[in-house]
Design a protein around this ligand. Structure first.
Ligand code: PHE
Ligand code: ZN
Length: 885
């Protein structure tokens, strides 16, 4: 592997390219061991740079160069140099010229899944961020935008389907051979990372979409033959996304065709290549018996995400990879808004905040913390992070909160108008928002440059004599690697004051201005907001709808939190109140080795009763009610403890609280279980899915009582399941039970689904997640299962990913066996797929919050890793995690 070196690259060193490539003609002959690529590049000196005879340096990796011509004249080896991932042509003309290169690459040997590779016999590509250089020599950077024409040829039988970006222009047989070809042309200039090509024996599922302006677009989803009956949901989701982007953001699709290809081997979720999205098949294929409600939701949101990139990413792209959040944060924000509009805003918000807190907060609090726009990186592949994606989305959401929906829409319109066809920066985006609103957003820019989750402390004091309520707010931004001191941020803080009878009180600031939407802007390290005409002591509802990605602390007492659980008119905060109440109990219960009385006492009973009231309240959406029955996860509790964490105590406390709740409100749970039974055929609609979610959450708590009749209920639930949602929920519940029914159900599931890879992944995952003293051994057994393979990323995530992220008590086993297992597997994977290995190693990011024994174990495993020869990807993660990088 020729790989870039280990020196960090810096945003401040950005320089525009010396040369531009404006037109690309590729001719690709597909073959497993030596795919032949003829490229013809129209190159010119960059007029914005005084190039003056500088050498032309193209990127290229794992390529075999066969020949090179410049303006039709063959270059001889003395004219150029190939070394360290680049091709340098020493002398080129000071005017536009044509460079033709003929190279080969080896798709079959491509185990990194970057560049051109084979997935179960299908040729496919992945070019973001730096994979195009593994297909041909190029200026492989996002600020070089070119118009591509691509001719692909292959054996007719092996690859009847040949696809690339843009519109199809020609296809035909190559007379006298068993080969055929197809030519594609993409009229929109694009960076190389959006290039894609597919060749294979795939089945097409066609449909059509008519845009708002009346243009017909042919839509096709390509899947492995035999899987056509699992595409309907993805197709529906695509059409709804296209319509929504027109209605909400005025964005229409721009080509004659839109193609989606599902492949089995993919490092990430999916990729937004122009007009040719390539997907991990997990995020396309769904049928009621093979996919759960959760899968349906993920498919809908990722289909939307990739489609929305057509404008936020493709039409307007990033100048350099430091600006990654420009496309990713904004596109995640857009897909969240889509899901909120299509389903329930509150449920979507709860889900998004859950993900933010469980994935991004630990990142922001640990050794890998970086700003939404990182100032440097060693390997860009390591920066597809929760901070760039999820916190990046929160930053866009805060802009929408500050400017209002309409203001934000205007800002986005201006951004597209100014920058269509360009590669731009975060400043360009924020400038558009500032210009439409007339606001100075300088302080807001700190959200892009300062890492760390701000801690917002709020306390409310009531003055009975003056009838005023004073809210004191202070913000602290903790130090992060490389950033010891921080400046105060502009934090949108949505608040409400609730009267004793549960009514919202009108908010009037001390100077008499009404605060209609309850939106305060915190800009100082410490600030006081005074509300007048408050007749009696109110209960404050703070950070409504999670208006900023901060950690909130308040001076509310348990009684007030209980009050909010029942009365807050902000649905997000009502849910948050229940979570906070539970989290306070659980952190107390898990502190210093564990205090089980804390989670089995009076307050736990009060929590249970409050949950019973809300989950029975039929005036609320079913899916929303289900959220109340899901307790904070073990990682959430550990994160809130933030130091000296004993993962077994965390597990113990949570299990005890689950049991307590199950016992306390058993009747309600039984009622919910029975009242929400499915009748009729499966439908993925939010109401039906909500009923299943309530029912499965109730079952989970009932089984937590340990009562044998409840275990029997779970067994029946498994047996009677008519869809994957119920079937996998029952299996997950049974997987935690130490009884013969567990193995019986697992064996049954295996026998039924052993030949369906995506379903079999669930079987692997459920077992890797089941907490027990022998989990590590169980995972070892799974790793040597004949159906396990380290080469398939989905299977790796199902076993290793589920173990390290879904089984904290086992991963953090005090003897270090969990850490050693991860290290061993990561080392092996690092040898052929560094990107994947580095991602797994990210699981060490929170090692410093653990109690001393576990910390020492983790440290020694990390030190052992650091002493080895690792890929650049893994090297960066390991050294930064250790804090020695
Ligand atoms: N850009 C892809 C997305 O939509 C993610 C991705 C990154 C996929 C890198 C592959 C490689 O988020
Ligand atoms: Zn994306």
């Amino acid at each position: 592997m020729q790989k870039s070196d280990r020196k960090p690259k810096f945003l401040k060193d950005y320089a525009p390219p010396d040369y531009l490539i404006e037109e690309v003609a590729l001719d690709v002959a597909l073959a497993p061991k030596a795919a032949r690529v003829a490229s013809k590049l129209r190159i010119r000196p960059n007029p914005k740079v005084a190039t003056g005879g500088k050498p032309l340096v193209l990127d290229g990796e794992d390529l075999t160069l066969e020949s090179l011509t410049l303006d039709g004249k063959a270059l001889s080896p003395g004219d150029y140099e190939v070394k360290d991932g680049s091709l340098t042509i020493k002398r080129v003309p000071a005017r536009p010229f044509t460079l033709e290169a003929f190279t080969t690459c080896d798709p079959e040997a491509n185990t990194e899944l970057s560049g051109l590779y084979l997935s179960r016999g299908t040729y496919c590509t992945q070019c973001e961020p730096e994979g195009f250089r593994r297909i041909t020599y190029f200026l492989d950077r996002p600020d070089v935008l070119a118009v591509y024409t691509v001719r692909i040829e292959a054996e007719r039988d092996a690859a009847p389907v040949l696809l690339s970006n843009g519109n199809p222009v020609a296809r035909g047989d190559i007379p006298g051979t068993n080969r055929h070809f197809a030519t594609w042309h993409d009229p929109f200039p694009k960076p190389s990372y959006l290039f894609a090509l597919v060749g294979g024996n795939l089945a097409a599922v066609p449909d059509e979409f008519v845009t708002a302006s009346g243009r017909k677009v042919a839509l096709t989803i390509y899947v492995e033959p035999g899987k056509q009956d699992r595409c309907a949901w993805a197709m529906e989701s695509l059409k709804r996304s296209m319509r929504w982007d027109e209605e909400r953001f005025g964005r229409e699709y721009d080509l004659d065709v839109f193609n989606i290809v599902a492949v089995s081997d993919f490092n990430m979720g999916a990729m937004e290549n122009k007009g040719l999205n390539i997907f991990n098949d997990k995020l396309v294929l769904a049928r009621p018996d093979t996919a759960s409600d959760g899968d349906y939701v993920s498919i809908e949101s990722v289909i939307a995400h990739e489609y929305f990139h057509n404008w936020t990413g493709d039409r307007v792209t990033c100048r350099d990879w430091f600006q990654l959040c420009l496309k990713e944060g904004l596109t995640v924000f857009r897909d969240q808004e889509f899901t909120g509009d299509t389903r329930s805003g509150a449920v979507e918000r709860i889900g998004a905040v859950r993900i933010l807190k469980s994935n991004q907060f630990p990142e922001d609090a640990g050794p890998l913390a970086h700003p939404v726009r990182p100032p440097s990186f060693i390997e860009i592949n390591n920066f597809y992070t929760a901070t760039v994606y999820e916190k990046g989305a929160e930053v866009c959401r805060m802009l929408q909160t500050l400017l209002g929906r309409e203001g934000f829409r205007k800002g986005l319109d201006l951004y597209f108008e100014r920058h269509d066809g360009e590669a731009v920066t975060v400043e360009d985006f924020v400038d558009a928002m500032a210009d439409v609103s007339g606001r100075d957003l300088k302080q807001f820019m700190r959200w892009y440059t300062q890492a760390g989750t701000p801690e917002l402390a709020c306390s409310l004091d009531y003055d009975a004599h003056a009838k005023t309520a004073r809210l004191t707010v202070s913000q602290i931004i903790p130090p992060t690697p490389g950033q010891a001191k921080k400046e105060p941020m502009l934090i949108p803080l949505k608040v409400g004051l609730i009267g004793a009878n549960g009514d919202e009180l009108p908010l009037t600031l001390a100077d008499g201005t009404p605060l209609v939407d309850g939106l305060l802007e915190v800009t100082e390290r410490e600030q006081v907001f005074e509300f007048r005409d408050i007749p009696a002591p109110p209960t404050p509802s703070l950070l409504r709808n999670f208006s900023a990605p901060v950690r909130l602390s308040t001076n509310l007492d348990p009684g007030q939190i209980e009050f909010l659980m029942a009365h807050d008119s902000d649905p997000f905060n009502r849910w948050q109140a229940a979570q906070t109440y539970a989290t306070n109990l659980l952190t107390d219960g898990a502190r210093d080795g564990g205090n089980i009385e804390r989670v089995t006492g009076k307050e736990a009973a009060r929590l249970a009763q409050a949950l019973a009231v809300t989950s029975r309240d039929s005036s609320l959406l079913t899916a929303y009610r289900a959220e109340f029955l899901k307790l904070p996860g073990e990682a959430d509790i550990a994160r809130e403890l933030s130091r000296n964490v004993d993962t077994d105590a965390v597990h113990g406390a949570r299990e005890a609280l689950r049991k307590k709740i199950g016992e306390e409100i058993r009747e309600t749970l039984t009622e919910l279980y029975e009242a929400n039974a499915d009748s009729g055929p499966y439908s993925p609609d939010p109401e039906s899915a909500g009923r299943r979610a309530v029912r499965n959450a109730a079952l989970d708590l009932l089984v937590a009582t340990g009562d044998t009749s409840e275990i029997a209920r779970a067994e029946r639930h498994y047996r009677d399941a008519t869809n994957m949602t119920d079937s996998i929920a029952a299996l997950a519940i049974l997987s935690h039970v130490q009884a013969p029914v567990r193995d019986k159900a697992l064996d049954h599931f295996y026998a039924r689904w052993q030949d369906e890879p995506l379903v079999l992944d669930k079987w692997f995952a459920v077992q890797a997640r089941a907490a027990s003293s022998s989990s590590v051994e169980t995972v070892r057994t799974l790793l040597s299962h004949p159906k396990f393979s380290l080469k398939n990323p989905n299977r790796v995530r199902a076993v290793i990913g589920s173990f390290i992220h879904g089984n904290p008590t086992a991963f953090n086993r005090p003897d270090g066996a969990g850490y050693r297992l991860l290290a061993e597997q990561a080392i092996e994977i690092d040898g052929f797929n560094p990107h994947m290995a580095a991602r797994l190693l990210g699981a060490f990011e929170s090692w410093r919050i653990l109690e001393p024994i576990r910390q020492a174990r983790a440290k020694s495993v990390l030190q052992d890793l650091a002493a080895r020869t690792l890929s650049t990807d893994s090297y960066e993660i390991v050294t930064k995690t250790l804090g020695e990088g």
